[in-house]
Design a protein around this ligand. Structure first.
Ligand code: SF4
Length: 276
């Protein structure tokens, strides 16, 4: 843990399965509001209406009260489909170890024959390997860099990158369909040939599909990054909006770099959000 203190609380849950337009998913299921992993670049905060809460992102987590009861009713009347767990929080963030809300959701979804696509930055997902192997699941681990120190600064409460790689390895060995989400690639921080190659190598070794994402400067993202970047890379915050404009020279260069590295491994990849 990165030593950031987190406030915990509860929030009322009205809907468990929400329709989503995200590729490959029919529903999203988010057991928590907020995320204790505290990634400085997180754009999930842009889904909030409350600016005060958005600027506190990473320092509060609300557990959805009665989620299990709501989900148990919804699975009886909603058509079966693929559920994304989760899309605006991490289902295996630290509080999950204690409250087991994601696990209990999985149990309900399996019983009703829903498919589940899990995305996380935590080795805790291995706790639920028994459920994952018994259902129609795929699991994605997000890895932005293999540099443990840098990760501890930009994703302070997530598992170390080496642990995430090991988690993917284990899942893959157990026959689970796996994918690696390389993103966001942050200019001048995680975008070097070497940095990208180290992550691509993990996807290659674990036979995981690779999805590549650029940094998304949605609302309040630069506010979250500024304190760290001003210390680590002075002047970068001011340059980012220009570098990341749709179809910018930087993004074309980055895509060429990703393509060259993946081609060397004979690895197919898909781009997420690159053209927006
Ligand atoms: S793990 Fe995902 S949802 Fe949680 S803070 Fe990081 S980017 Fe945001």
């Amino acid at each position: 843990m990165g030593g950031i203190s987190i406030e915990y609380g509860y929030v009322k849950c009205k809907t468990a399965l929400s329709k989503t337009m995200l590729p490959g998913l029919d529903y999203s299921l988010n057991p928590y509001v907020g995320c204790g992993h505290g990634c400085i670049y997180c754009y999930a905060k842009a889904t909030l209406r409350d600016e005060v809460k958005a600027l506190k992102w990473g320092r509060f987590v609300l557990v959805k009260r009665s989620l299990i009861e709501v989900l148990a009713k919804e699975v009886l009347r909603k058509p079966r489909g693929v559920v994304g767990l989760s899309t605006v929080t991490d289902p295996y963030q630290p509080i999950e170890e204690e409250v087991k809300l994601s696990r209990r959701c999985l149990e309900i979804l399996i019983r009703r024959g829903f498919n589940v696509s899990i995305q996380t930055k935590s080795k805790l997902v291995l706790r639920d390997l028994d459920l994952i192997k018994s259902g129609n699941f795929d699991v994605g681990l997000t890895v932005t860099t293999m540099d443990d120190y840098l990760a501890s600064r930009i994703e302070p409460n997530a598992s170390k990158p080496s642990e995430r790689a090991e988690t993917l390895r284990r899942l893959s060995e157990e026959g689970v369909e796996t994918w690696l989400f390389l993103g966001p690639i942050i200019p001048e921080l995680t975008d070097s040939e070497e940095s990208i190659r180290e992550v691509v190598e993990v996807a290659y070794e674990t036979k995981s599909d690779l999805i590549v994402d650029k940094l998304n400067l949605r609302r309040w993202v630069l506010d979250g990054m500024k304190p760290f970047l001003d210390e680590y890379k002075p002047g970068l915050v001011e340059k980012l909006p220009i570098m990341l404009k749709p179809n910018s020279q930087y993004l074309r260069m980055l895509h060429d770099r990703v393509k060259r590295i993946c081609d060397a491994y004979g690895l197919k990849y898909s781009l997420f959000n690159f053209t927006q």
